[in-house]
Design a protein around this ligand. Structure first.
Ligand SMILES: N[C@@H](CCC(=O)N[C@@H](CS)C(=O)NCC(=O)O)C(=O)O
Length: 206
């Protein structure tokens, strides 16, 4: 089965893109240019009525949400050891972390980076502090190091990388305040699947 992943280069769909590459899953990518508003064309809305990327078209229909796509990839390609799918407790922790990225870290950083019109003054300062607080939580409590779940790499590492890249590009990933997250980003970007994803999306390591 070949799937089609709808991506926007550099956006959060990088997490699902890395997952397919780590799995060795046969797939194609289709670019949805968010700057041109292609996520709101009738053609794309027929794929994902929510008008956001990623979306993964499979032979059974479309899956949206990075967290769900990561779970689907991990379960479909079990033999690749992409997540602790055979241990209900550890798998719940994997899903909890991905849910936190989706519902907490992503919106907090997204507000700083993508608010239109751009935030200014006190509003921006407040949004930055809020986002830094989320990164503090990851640094101090959620990420074990060197990978999110200690010695074992999982698909959560590719998902966290998205937000570490955004934070570093925005000058928010201070090396002294976030040593673990900085080391994690460098480690993730050295993986072959991640290098391939960056090449396909026309990006560079940051
Ligand atoms: N929680 C969703 C977030 C999806 C999302 O917000 N994607 C952004 C790109 S990072 C998007 O497509 N935005 C387009 C828009 O809001 O118009 C997921 O992880 O899949």
């Amino acid at each position: 089965m070949t799937t089609t992943l709808f991506i926007s280069p550099g956006a959060c769909a990088m997490a699902s893109h890395v997952a397919l590459l780590e799995a060795g899953a046969p797939h194609e990518t289709t670019v949805v240019d968010l700057k041109k508003g292609e996520q709101r064309t009738p053609e794309y809305l027929s794929v994902n009525p929510a008008g956001s990327t990623p979306a993964l078209r499979t032979d059974r229909g479309v899956i949206t949400q990075n967290a769900a796509i990561l779970g689907w990839v991990a379960e479909t390609f079990r033999e690749r050891d992409l997540a602790p799918v055979d241990d209900p407790f550890e798998y719940a922790r994997f899903n909890a972390f991905n849910g936190w990225l989706s519902s907490s870290l992503h919106p907090a950083l997204g507000k700083v980076l993508f608010s239109r019109p751009a935030l200014e003054g006190e509003a921006r300062a407040h949004a930055v502090e809020f986002a830094l607080g989320k990164l503090d939580l990851a640094e101090q409590h959620l990420v074990e190091g060197p990978w999110v779940f200690g010695e074992t790499w999982t698909l959560s590492d590719g998902y966290l990388m998205v937000f570490e890249r955004w934070a570093r590009q925005a000058g928010l990933l201070d090396k002294a305040r976030y040593p673990k997250l900085n080391a994690h980003l460098d480690l993730v970007q050295s993986r072959d699947a991640v290098k391939k994803m960056l090449t396909v999306e026309g990006l560079q390591p940051v």
